[in-house]
Design a protein around this ligand. Structure first.
Ligand SMILES: [Zn+2]
Length: 338
């Protein structure tokens, strides 16, 4: 079968790879309905994360189970499933506490930019739909696997409350999903920090009430202005750079919360500055599994349409163009057809 392999910065290839098979009794094999390219795939693609050996890409997935190992109990062949990008048993103390992305048996999914994928710990990781979903819901269900779940976690970690003000730093796919999540959680005012027209438009469609195109100190000043000089209760940090992290912390009011889900690259925080800022920080890889049943139900009931975040669809064989388009910000998120 064809699969996507990253050999080095900018060197992404769609080539013949080995077909996955059941390796452990807890595995499931899934025929993927669609695949996608994640913003985090761009870190190694851009050379900002070393590529020591060829990386088999793809960690967002949904599709139909074709085979399960002998110990799998909760999913069976023929069922449509969505899984988190974090593999988890859903039974250890961290999973039971709602932090499946810190599972004692955690693994990170890979090799899902391909027609088939092996999912370890299938019972803990996968959630099945009651029936096979309509085709037009596939992009939204795929989004639940990571980008939506991560935006949702950013809002949850930032403690978005009904009636509150939320600021979203970052207008990539995760930031846009953070806007959608904050809207769904009842935030009254949602400020999207973005300077790209197409992304601003999508943010407004997902529920943003204000757009701030300034960044850095000027961006923080605008947020202060919009909040009567106080700052926001909730800030969703969806980038992972020093600038975005500082901007997020400075946009929050004392006692406010920052949910940070952009994988930090070179971020350094000052302990004393944090001490006097009096703000709550919670981040990390999103425990998507905690939210999956709820998010899948919202999609199946057509209450949310996160699949809109995919603005480029192409055949898997053209996956390199998908990476280039996202890298050049010509596409928000790419969906390679498998
Ligand atoms: Zn666990």
């Amino acid at each position: 079968m064809l699969g996507t392999v990253l050999y080095g910065p900018g060197d992404i290839r769609c080539e013949e790879v080995e077909e996955p098979k059941i390796l452990a009794p807890t595995d499931a094999l899934v025929k993927l309905s669609a695949s996608c390219i994640c913003g985090s795939d761009l870190w190694p693609y851009r050379g900002l994360q070393p590529v020591i050996e060829p990386m088999h890409m793809g960690h967002e997935y949904c599709g139909v189970v074709v085979e399960v190992g002998s110990a799998v109990r909760t999913v069976k062949p023929g069922q449509f499933v969505v899984g988190s990008f974090c593999i988890s048993d859903n039974t250890c103390p961290h999973c039971l506490f709602g932090f499946q992305s810190s599972c004692e048996q955690r693994e990170f999914m890979s090799r899902a930019q391909a027609p088939y994928a092996r999912v370890p710990l299938a019972d803990g990781t996968l959630v099945a739909t009651p029936d096979l979903p309509a085709d037009d819901l596939i992009p939204s269900l795929l989004a639940a696997s990571d980008v939506l779940g991560t935006g949702w976690y950013a809002a949850d970690a930032a403690r978005v409350q009904p009636g509150s003000t939320a600021v979203v730093v970052g207008d990539g796919a995760v930031g846009l999903m953070g806007v959608l999540a904050a809207r769904h959680m009842g935030a009254e005012r949602i400020v999207a920090m973005s300077r790209h027209k197409a992304r601003q438009d999508l943010a407004l469609e997902f529920g943003a009430t204000d757009i701030v195109s300034e960044r850095g100190t000027a961006g923080v000043a605008r947020i202060r202005e919009l909040t009567g000089g106080v700052g926001a209760e909730s800030v969703l940090e969806c980038v992972g750079t020093q600038e975005s992290m500082e901007q997020a912390i400075n946009c929050a009011r004392p006692g406010g919360s920052i949910g940070f889900v952009g994988v930090p690259h070179g971020v350094q925080l000052d302990g004393q500055g944090l001490f006097f800022a009096q703000k709550s920080l919670l981040g990390g890889p999103a425990p998507v599994r905690r939210f999956l049943p709820h998010l899948m139900a919202l999609v199946l009931e057509r209450k949310i349409n996160p699949g809109k975040v995919f603005d480029l669809t192409l055949p898997l064989a053209d996956v390199a163009e998908g990476y280039r388009a996202m890298d050049g910000r010509r596409a928000i998120k790419t969906l390679p057809r498998v």
